[in-house]
Design a protein around this ligand. Structure first.
Ligand code: FAD
Length: 322
């Protein structure tokens, strides 16, 4: 089992997303041969890099219809690659695209799907997937006993490793027809900068931020640390920031090295999106705030006093995650 593993790559703004490297490393643990697939007309330049992270073959599916993600175009193209490669296992990123596409693929082929895994290991002949359950309070291990092992992998949990090696590039034209959706324009809501889902440092604000101006203070701290800004739903509902920043059960799941929660109470739905962060620093003026129960470091105080001090100190250290 697991001889040939098909991994779907994600490229954003012409850059390979780090989760793509991470799933190549995960595939390396279980595969004899890694076949990567990447979509879009401008992807050939990434082939060598995919080889460095372990892919031995790369299917470059260069149809124009795949330059911008749509469920039906990607679905048609990926099915054709799966039919051609006949993989023994499939890994995809647990990103917006992976979350949308993987269940459709699984249901089409009548396979199970192990979603949102944080670790992939081989134990004897079995592939063992580890995934968080109960909003991150426990971990479960799963193996697939029927159909092929098929999983989506959460970003930022597997350390990508260069393994070297040569790669064969296979140009593949998919037959894409009867599209139900055509994207005419993509309007970005979030500002340019560090991708929240892959950031090593996340500075998140809650209702305690009190205004949209308060978020610029958090952006300053994020800039000093080379991180990204996130938010609780409380802050989004209060219109202090855009919903694209929301972290939690109904928002994004992040697992940075450092999560700084500012003026966030720590509701269970928020914890579902950030409790797996490696180090959590909470700043809250209420010493009883539940966020302190999961924080590694806590500062009881007014965030409008504490955050400027942090910015000043980190500037002195010239801290950077680069
Ligand atoms: P509050 O709970 O109001 O907390 C604000 C905190 O700021 C308080 O602890 C206060 O002490 C502190 N504070 C105030 N002023 C300052 C100051 N000057 N300095 C320091 N601290 C200060 N929530 C999410 O976040 N993500 C989700 O995905 C999500 N999904 C949900 C799904 C469902 C089905 C439901 C029912 C709820 C969901 N929620 C989600 C909402 C969640 O239950 C909470 O309501 C929300 O997380 C609260 O946001 P908050 O912590 O910013 O606000």
């Amino acid at each position: 089992m697991g001889k040939s593993v098909l991994v779907m790559m994600e490229i954003k703004d012409n850059k390979l997303r780090n989760v793509s490297r991470e799933i190549l490393t995960a595939a390396n643990r279980i595969a004899e041969e890694i076949v990567a697939v990447a979509f879009g007309s401008d992807i050939a330049k990434h082939t060598e890099e995919l080889g460095r992270y372990g892919a031995s073959k790369v299917y470059t599916v260069t149809n124009k219809e795949l330059d911008v993600y749509t469920t039906d175009a990607y679905f048609q193209a990926l099915c054709q690659v799966i039919d051609k490669v006949q993989p023994d296992a499939i890994l995809m990123p647990h990103t917006a695209i992976g979350k949308d596409l993987a269940p459709r693929i699984a249901s089409f082929y009548n396979w199970g799907l192990v979603s949102d895994v944080i670790d992939v290991q081989k134990e004897g002949a079995d592939i063992i997937f580890t995934r968080p359950i109960y909003a991150g309070k426990a971990l479960e291990k799963r193996k697939v006993v029927e159909g092929i092992p098929f999983a989506t992998v959460r970003p930022n949990n597997i350390v990508a490793e260069v393994t070297g090696g040569s790669v064969e590039k296979i140009d593949f034209k998919a037959e894409i027809k009867n599209l139900l959706t055509i994207v005419k324009e993509v309007i970005r809501k979030t500002s340019e900068g560090v991708d929240l889902a892959e950031a090593k440092v996340v500075v998140a604000g809650g209702r305690g931020i009190k205004s949209s101006e308060g978020f610029s203070l958090l952006q300053d701290l994020a800039n000093v640390l080379g991180g990204a800004v996130g938010a609780s739903r409380g802050a989004c509902d209060a219109e202090y920031c855009d919903y694209s920043l929301q972290i939690g059960q109904t928002g994004k799941v992040v697992t940075p090295d450092l999560y700084i929660a500012c003026g966030i109470s720590g509701a269970i739905q928020h914890l579902a999106g950030m409790s797996s962060s490696k180090v959590i620093l909470a700043i809250n003026k209420d010493p009883e705030a539940p966020i302190f129960q999961i924080a590694d470091y806590g500062v009881v105080g007014d965030l409008f006093e504490v955050v400027p001090l942090l910015i000043e100190e980190f500037k002195k250290l010239q801290y950077t995650t680069a």
